[in-house]
Design a binder for this molecule. Structure first.
Ligand SMILES: *Cc1c(COP(=O)(O)O)cnc(C)c1O
Length: 344
């Protein structure tokens, strides 16, 4: 890996970060008269902890990662955008990503005027480190990987990911939004071995908290320091921090949901593959599956007309004729199958 000073944009290195009232004074106060808050309407009147230490303490224990290696943001999407703003000089630098994958990497590249290079997966939806390296050059600051990948559902090869982490001299962002549904091990234990690794996880999927907007980035303390340097001071609101702390008291509940969803995934995929409209169901390690159908547009419209909304991915590379279907409750999954059974 290059020295961080050669990867981080010069303006970000030189930046003097905003210092909030709460950053500057850490004393135990009797009266908070420093931040122009309203003294009434507790507890919402107070600004939240800018660095979310209570939450990071709990996550540190759960994930086996030091609190100083954790960034929390307004969804993983905030972390993705910050990666561009920390590392990528607009109109000069580029990033490389697998294709197909999650659409936000490309959107953030466009917003930040950073060239986005795609490296097509093979027919088994796998990538090779050598192909990524060939697509990169001296201005490639970041590679985006997603495992299990969206929309294909499969895990990427751990051996290829390790080869990339070893040979690529920029940052590697590995999005593990769906890791809780997968039998493959997270790359979190490899953080100490690879200083160029950033692992993304989220409360939006297995934790059932898409509405509170809470994403996690795990990386070396020096990379996390740059996230903290440029983020909005109060990027995670107090309601979100409280709800996440309450959820962490019920980690067993999350395990139970994941167990149900994995069992349902198997059941609905088996039933789906027996449908007349089904051409192929692809293996998955996520809480959704990709299915090739005879006419994706018609099947999508038919389902929508019966109140069942899926994602039409047929315009996406390697996904011709495919729908992406989220695993729902047993009743929702039965509805999907029963509606499709009746399709003429
Ligand atoms: C759903 C999803 C996320 C979650 O994003 P949030 O902003 O945390 O809700 C991240 N990455 C991928 C690949 C996803 O599919």
């Amino acid at each position: 890996m290059k020295d961080l000073n050669d990867l981080v944009r010069a303006n970000i290195q030189a930046l003097k970060p905003y210092s909030s009232a709460r950053d500057e004074c850490k004393l135990q106060a009797v009266a908070f008269l420093d931040a122009n808050e309203n003294p009434y309407n507790a507890p919402c009147n107070r600004y939240p902890d800018p660095l979310q230490w209570a939450l990071k303490g709990r996550l540190s224990a759960l994930k086996g990662v030091d609190a100083g290696c954790i960034f929390l943001g307004n969804g993983s999407d905030e972390a993705i955008d910050l990666v561009f703003r920390i590392f990528c000089e607009p109109k000069a630098d580029n990033v490389v990503a697998i294709e197909p994958t999650y659409g936000m990497y490309e959107v953030c590249a466009a917003v930040n005027e950073v060239e986005y290079r795609r490296v097509r997966l093979d027919d088994g939806f796998q990538f090779r480190a050598a192909d990524i390296l060939r697509a990169s050059d001296g201005h490639t600051k970041v590679v985006f990987l997603c495992s299990p990948n969206n929309p294909t559902g499969n895990c990427l090869s751990p051996a290829e990911m390790e080869e990339l982490l070893e040979k690529f001299d920029g940052m590697v962002v590995l999005d593990e939004a769906y890791a809780d549904f997968s039998p493959s091990a997270s790359f979190l234990p490899r953080l100490s071995r690879y200083p160029n690794l950033v692992v993304l996880q989220t409360f939006s999927k297995a934790w059932g908290c898409a509405g509170i907007r809470l994403g996690m980035a795990f990386a070396s303390p020096s990379v996390i320091a740059y996230f903290n340097k440029i983020k909005y001071p109060y990027n995670v609101n107090s309601l979100t921090q409280e709800k996440a702390l309450a959820m962490l008291e019920h980690a067993g509940q999350v395990d139970e949901w994941v167990g149900i969803l994995i069992a349902e995934r198997k059941r609905v995929m088996e039933r789906f593959s027996g449908l007349p409209c089904c051409v192929k169901v692809y293996p998955t390690d996520a809480n959704f599956f990709l299915a090739k159908v005879q006419d994706a547009g018609r099947t999508y419209d038919y389902l929508a007309a019966h109140g069942v909304i899926v994602r039409n991915r047929s315009k996406v590379a390697l996904c011709g004729g495919c729908l992406r279907i989220t695993v729902g409750t047993p009743a929702e999954n039965d509805l999907l199958i029963n509606v499709l059974k009746e399709m003429a």
